[in-house]
Design a protein around this ligand. Structure first.
Ligand SMILES: Nc1ncnc2c1ncn2[C@@H]1O[C@H](COP(=O)(O)OP(=O)(O)OP(=O)(O)O)[C@@H](O)[C@H]1O
Length: 355
């Protein structure tokens, strides 16, 4: 297999993981078709867009490779999209990989040795890279050099290898897990925020136009307001609602169709999906509202701890349903109310600072 095949396979694997375990090739193609290709096409994230535009324009003006970029935020907010945009705005190639795929320093050395001048290297889930690979990356980011170790044990020698200048775009759902020395080597860092309903509505409209789906204003708004502040979810729901409109209606997505379809897919009126609700239900029904540790909560909903922590929790915290305290997670009064439950007498400890 040559480098190009490897790159293509890695990109396909990465896309598969980004879209989700049950995603088919069709869904990957769907996501790719809806990705904005330029900063101008990107909707929302105004501040990040403006800051990044400055970074890229200045680099172009100087004829230099832009600084390394760290993007953090929950899944589906546009980190991969931004990495692709950086490469296309700079007119360079993008190479994709992910932290879990870089378990040995040699894995990273192999990727770096195939890089061309000015390329953008996207490392998704960069917080999951192994420590030895991370240390190699420090040197590559700073001096555009890697030490290739030949041999083993006391006879091993390190041969310095100069690599072309490149821009590393690191993406993480957990910026706090990155070691300080790695974080400090990024010249530009951006925290992506959940999107407002109005922005998601524009995203739904744009996607509907690209797909040739007829969506009324109310229908689009209904999808947007149930999308958990996340463009990937907005696009996914649009797809499900389009199916419903085609099979049970005349193909038009209006308020009634959107409403009925989203009820069918168990997305509630504020966008909580089955995982979000089962986390809240477990917290309130099994643990009396908490405090309970995240690992116990994950076992109770039969999910990976990371999924609960990185996918469900940030949105529940943002909506004011769950609070993180030093003693564990607690349900807020709003959570009990949303589930239609009455909190037990004397419950409801005041949220303490986030741990
Ligand atoms: N600002 C935006 N405007 C329009 N569409 C967007 C925007 N951000 C993301 N999208 C759409 O949402 C989908 C998911 O985005 P993307 O894959 O970039 O998210 P991500 O943050 O990299 O997710 P993950 O953390 O899972 O890697 C893409 O298909 C893209 O079409």
């Amino acid at each position: 297999m040559d480098d190009r095949d490897l790159e293509t396979r890695e990109a396909a694997e990465l896309e598969a993981r980004l879209v989700g375990p049950d995603a088919d090739g069709d869904e990957r193609a769907y996501e790719a078709a809806l990705r904005p290709k330029t900063l101008d096409e990107l909707i929302g994230q105004e501040r990040v867009r403006e800051q990044l535009s400055l970074v890229l324009t200045a680099a172009k003006g100087r004829g230099r490779t832009p600084d390394h970029v760290l993007l953090s935020g929950p899944p589906g907010l546009g980190k991969t999209t931004l990495a692709m945009i950086i490469a296309s705005e700079m007119g360079t190639s993008l190479r994709l990989t992910s932290g879990p795929a870089i378990q040995h320093a040699g894995d990273l050395a192999a990727i770096l040795s195939g890089i061309n001048e000015g390329d953008v290297l996207f490392v998704d889930e960069i917080h999951r890279m192994s420590r030895p690979a991370e240390e190699l990356l420090y040197m590559a980011m700073e001096d555009f050099r890697v030490d290739v170790v030949i041999g083993k044990g006391p006879g091993a020698t390190a041969i310095p290898l100069q690599i072309p200048t490149f821009t590393l775009v690191g993406a993480t759902t957990r910026a706090g897990l990155l070691p300080g020395p790695l974080r400090d080597r990024f010249g530009f860092t951006a925290q992506l925020e959940y999107y407002e309903s109005a922005e998601l509505h524009r995203i739904v409209d744009r996607s509907a136009a690209l797909l040739g789906v007829d969506v009324t204003r109310d229908g689009g708004m209904e999808i947007a307001s149930r999308s958990r502040g996340t463009p990937r979810i907005a696009n996914r729901l649009l797809r499900r609602v389009r199916d419903y409109a085609e099979v049970r209606g005349d193909g038009t997505v209006d308020l009634d169709v959107a409403h009925r379809a989203l009820e069918l897919y168990e997305v509630d009126r504020i966008g909580l999906d089955r995982l979000d609700r089962s986390v809240l239900e477990a917290l309130c029904r099994h643990f009396g509202g908490g405090p309970v540790g995240i690992s116990t909560l994950a076992v109770a909903v039969a999910e990976e701890r990371e999924t609960v922590e990185e996918v469900a929790e940030p949105f529940l915290v943002r909506r004011g349903f769950l609070a993180r305290t030093p003693r564990g997670r607690i349900a807020t009064a709003a959570a009990w109310e949303h589930l239609g439950l009455r909190p037990p007498e004397g419950s409801g400890p005041e949220p303490l600072p986030i741990d």
